[in-house]
Design a protein around this ligand. Structure first.
Ligand SMILES: [Ca+2]
Ligand SMILES: [Ca+2]
Length: 191
């Protein structure tokens, strides 16, 4: 009688394994800048991946990052359903214009996968998009373009053009007064 020490069976073919297709949901980029008076911003959300079937549901909501909800932007939240490959949808966010000078004015929109049916659903490269609201109420500052200005002394009178720049804002018109003061050069003799 011969003892059976091993049994060999045929290897199970692994290339028959069903491939799970993936759909990823993402924004186009990680940040946008908008002027405070832009009105609204339509932010694209896209479905990527090779899967041509299946449905993905995602939720979105705005979150503050310095900017105040319903004072600087209108809070939104909701769900989107993506039913086919490469579908693009938009989330509209309203930007609120005010007359105040705003310093920190950032918020973001965030995605979360709720469910994937008939497809493996995941978040893509940009699951958050940061939005910077650029204030338009700061009149800005007036400064000289250069701290030191050199003029070569000549036998004839020359005109020196000293540049004044407006920086940090542009709301309304600004008037300024200017005058010269003697240093080691004396008014009427040297200039
Ligand atoms: Ca404004
Ligand atoms: Ca403002």
């Amino acid at each position: 009688m011969t003892a059976v020490t091993s049994v060999t069976v045929g290897a199970i073919a692994t290339n028959d394994t069903e491939r799970v297709e993936t759909a990823s949901i993402t924004f186009h980029s990680e940040a946008y800048s908008v002027l405070e008076n832009v009105g609204h911003l339509d932010i694209a959300v896209v479905r990527q991946g090779e899967a041509a079937s299946g449905t993905v549901k995602v939720s979105y909501k705005t979150c503050s990052d310095g900017a105040k909800a319903d004072e600087n932007y209108k809070h939104v939240e909701g769900t989107l359903e993506f039913t086919k490959k490469d579908e693009e949808q938009f989330v509209r966010v309203e930007i609120i214009d005010n007359d105040k000078i705003d310093k920190e004015n950032n918020f973001y929109l965030e995605l979360e996968i709720l469910e994937g049916s008939g497809v493996k659903a995941e978040l893509g490269e940009y699951s958050k998009v940061h939005i910077r609201i650029v204030d338009d109420d700061d009149p800005g500052k007036l400064v000289f373009g250069k701290y030191t200005f050199f003029v070569k002394e000549t036998t004839e009178d020359v005109c020196a053009k000293v540049q004044v720049e407006r920086q940090g804002g542009s709301k309304g018109a600004i008037q300024l007064k200017y005058r010269t003061e003697d240093g080691t050069a004396i008014g009427g003799r040297d200039y």
